[in-house]
Every structure is written in structure tokens, then in C-alpha cells.
Design a protein around this ligand. Sequence first.
Ligand SMILES: Cc1cc2nc3c(=O)[nH]c(=O)nc-3n(C[C@H](O)[C@H](O)[C@H](O)COP(=O)(O)OP(=O)(O)OC[C@H]3O[C@@H](n4cnc5c(N)ncnc54)[C@H](O)[C@@H]3O)c2cc1C
Length: 505
Amino acid sequence: MSEESIIVVGGGIAGLTGAALLAKDGFQVTLVEAHSQLGGCAGTFKRGSYTFDVGATQVAGLERGGIHHRLFNYLDIPLPDAKILDPGCSVDLGDGSRPINLWHDPLRWQKERQEQFPGSEIFWSLCSKIHESNWEFVERDPILPVRNFWDLSQLIRAIRPSNLLTGFLSKLTIADLLTITGCHKDRRLRSFLDLQLKLYSQEPASRTAALYGATVLQMAQSPRGLWHLHGSMQILSDLLKESFLRDGGSLLIGHRVTKILSKKNSNIFDVNLIDRRKNLIQRQASDIVFSLPPQSLLDLIPIVGGLSTTYRESIKKLPQPSGAIVFYGGLRRADLPVDCPSHIQVFDEHFGSLFISISMENDQRAPVGMATLIASVFVDIDQWSNLDSQAYIRKKNVVQKQIRAILDQKFDLLETSWDHQELSTPRSFERWTGRPGGIVGGLGQHPDQFGPFGLSSRTPLAGLWLCGDSIYPGEGTAGVSQSALMAVRQLLESKGRHLNIPIFN
Ligand SMILES: Cc1cc2nc3c(=O)[nH]c(=O)nc-3n(C[C@H](O)[C@H](O)[C@H](O)COP(=O)(O)OP(=O)(O)OC[C@H]3O[C@@H](n4cnc5c(N)ncnc54)[C@H](O)[C@@H]3O)c2cc1C
């Protein structure tokens, strides 16, 4: 084994980004992916003539200076063909009122919110100030949370005077910002914020950190924005894979990591894998970049393998993330309303939020005259974990019918509108992505566990680095790419090397 042989566990966007960066830096890298396909929650699957995005359907960070743009530029790969979403989302509060459109143009969005939430401009301008200050900070690739002197130096390098001011807000929630600005009595605004924040932070306004929430609430507006990829989400993984292989990376698809053991006093990890034929393969590495949810460490690294009881306990204490239920449908485009937005969030009494993504004409997801419609809901994984197979199938059928009924009502659809439909549950996500119990989306962004107070990419095991949606800055393809960049920078620094990705202003 070369001193610089690294194993990256998991080929979702976090693992792929980390692996591509390390390969570009000349390391001998092996990326191990359990599934027969890369992409994880941002992958795709085919059903007949339809292509469905498994989880993620919108991409942030493709604009100039955005994290995908910066990384793709550094890796010297082209950006995927994508269209800005305008509106980024149309939010239907389910109370019969006009949906709220998150327009890309900031002035148009300002006009929209002034009409929709009169008197709330003071709240939005506070959010805008926080958002601008956050971006100045995030673009400089801070390390969070800080665990040693070098991390601290990177944090200080990223801090600007405005961050010192917003820093005072770090323990506040979005609901606190509503109170401070006197907007807390606006029930409609509160419902809108609860819906949107649930989507991005897994928490409502009363539990979402103000510094995190203020930013995700303005992701759809220029100069940033939300993008729709031409073809499918898989293109993101394909491009990262190309970069990785071009730079000499070694890819083991269909190989599952089953054990990681840290050899005492040797700075070497023994890694057990099984291939598709269930053959056991043993590898060694000086470092492991681990992109699975941290909860997976409990099964993969035993106490004798180096994962201390204290660290295991801290992982066990992490709040349980949500699972997801996703409805995948193929339907006649002509049966959808004219000018139907491609991304819609609907409030529903039973499910809370339903997030709907509809393919665009000629975006290669559906045959001519047809469209794909994906509707996702966050659920508690415990509702799905202990069912016997019959109860599971019954529950799945019931939920599929419930979601169909909501969609039929919302878009005035008929039985004949539909050509295909199926449902995935937390069990399906567990099978597809290997995420324990089918948990998705990382840890909620509560003031006690976001950014500076979150789980570190450094672990007590030297050479084991975490990235993915439970690590700063959190979920989404943009978030996990940033987390991978952070983990790689820390790994390089531990070997006396440095990685600075250009900032575009
Ligand atoms: C329903 C839903 C909708 C979403 N919508 C959006 C959206 O619109 N926009 C957005 O940006 N984000 C969205 N997200 C979030 C986004 O998809 C994720 O945050 C991100 O893709 C996670 O990437 P990751 O690499 O951290 O993890 P994953 O994608 O989970 O990748 C982990 C990889 O590790 C592999 N693996 C697991 N166990 C092993 C093992 N033992 N050995 C080897 N490999 C293993 C898995 O097969 C998987 O490929 C959504 C997520 C869901 C579930």
C-alpha cells in the first residue's frame, strides 16, 4: 500500500466530489459504491420510457461562483446543461389563496412577497442581510465546527466584519427573527416559512437556526438560483466520475464496505468489502473518506476496530433524521394545467408538505406528449420499520392512493391521465442508498446542531474523515459537495498539503 492510498466510501455526490478532488491532487484513490450505479439520493432510475430522479430534483450552486461551478471549474469538467428555475418553486398553502411564487428576479420576488405578506418587508430585509453576510463567509470555505488550530485559522480567514454581527444571531431561530421584526402575528407568513423550512432544514420556523434559514429562504433568487438539469440528475455523477477516472481513480461499483478496522499504532485501516458475488475483498488505506450517514459507522467500525464507546454514544444521541416517501408518476402532459410550474410545494393536512417536481418538455425524462411527476413527503422512519411484509404492502398501497388523490385533485387529473405510478418508502431508500432505516437529508438545522454546533468531519480516529449531508453545511447536492471539499482540505492539511479552490466574485 502506498502511504497515500485513500478509500472513499459511498459514491453519492459527496463521495464522488471528495474522490475526484483527491484523485486530481495525485492521490491513489479507490471509490467504493455498493449500488450498481453512482449518485445515491441524487441518482436516477428508468421505468420503460421514463427516467425518474430518485430524490434530488433541483440543483443549487451551478451559477458562477456557486459550489458546483467552482468545483467543476477546478476539476476541469464542463458544467451540466441546466435551466434556471423561475419560479424556483410555487408554494400552495392549501387554504385556497394564490400560490406564492419564488421568482428568480429579486425585485419580482420582493413584489410577490409584499403582495402575499403585507408588512413583512422588515423580516425579509433582515433575512437578506444575513444571507449576504453568510455568502461572503461560505464562499471562503470555512471549516466548521472547529476542532484544532488549523480549523480555527480557516474559520478566521473566512470571517468578514458582517459575520461578527450576524454571529450574535447564531442561537436564534427563524421564529425569533419573526418576533424581533414584529411579523410573528402573520399566520400566513408563518405557514409559508414552516413549509419551506421543513423542505430544506427538516425543521419548522421555531426550530430552524436563523443563520441557516435566512439563507435557504433566498436560494431561488439571483445571483444564486435553483436549476433543472437537462436529461436527469445522473449527469452530475457522470461528470464527477469522468473527472475521477481521468485522474487515475479506481472505481469499485457494486462493492459494499462491510467493516473498517483501524490497526493499532500503524496509521493503516483494514477495509473489508464484498462484491456482487459475495466474495470478500480486503483492502488497506491510510485514510478513509466516509460519505455515508454517521449512523452507519456504528455497524461498520466496531469498538475493537477503533470507534470508541464515547464517540459511538455521541452518534447514537444524534436526533433521528426523517425518512422520505416518493411517488413517481408518468402522465399525459396535456392533462396538466397550462403553464404549470415545474416545482410546486403543497400543504396537505395529512402529510404536511408535498413537494412536486414535473419534467419539462424535451428534457429527456419522458416521451413526447408525456411528463414525469415526482412527489415527495418526509416521514418518520419508525412508522415503516416494524411492519411485517403484508402490513408493509397494505400501508404502501394506502399511501400511494392518498398521494394520487392529492395530485388528482390539485391538477384535476383523471384515471386516464396516468400511464405509470409507483411509490418508494424508507425501506426502498434503505435498499437503494444503504442509509440506515432509510434516513435522508442529514441532521435537522436546529440552533444546537447547525454549522458551528454540528458534527465534525474530523473524527477521534486519525485518518477517518466524514462528509455528506450530516456534516456542515448540510443537505442538498451543493451542501454535500461543500462538505466533501472541507473534509478533503482537512485531509490534505494533515499531510502538509493545501487545497484552495478559486473564488469567483
Ligand atoms: C426525496 C428527496 C428529495 C431531495 N431533493 C433534493 C433537491 O431537490 N435538491 C438537492 O440538492 N437535494 C435534494 N435532496 C437531498 C440530496 O439528494 C442529498 O442531500 C444528497 O444527494 C446526499 O448525497 P450524499 O453523497 O451525502 O449521500 P447519498 O446520496 O446517500 O450517497 C451515499 C452513497 O453511499 C453508498 N453506500 C451506502 N452504503 C455503502 C457501503 N456500505 N459501501 C459502499 N457504498 C455504500 C450508497 O449506495 C450511496 O450511493 C433530496 C433528498 C431526498 C431523499
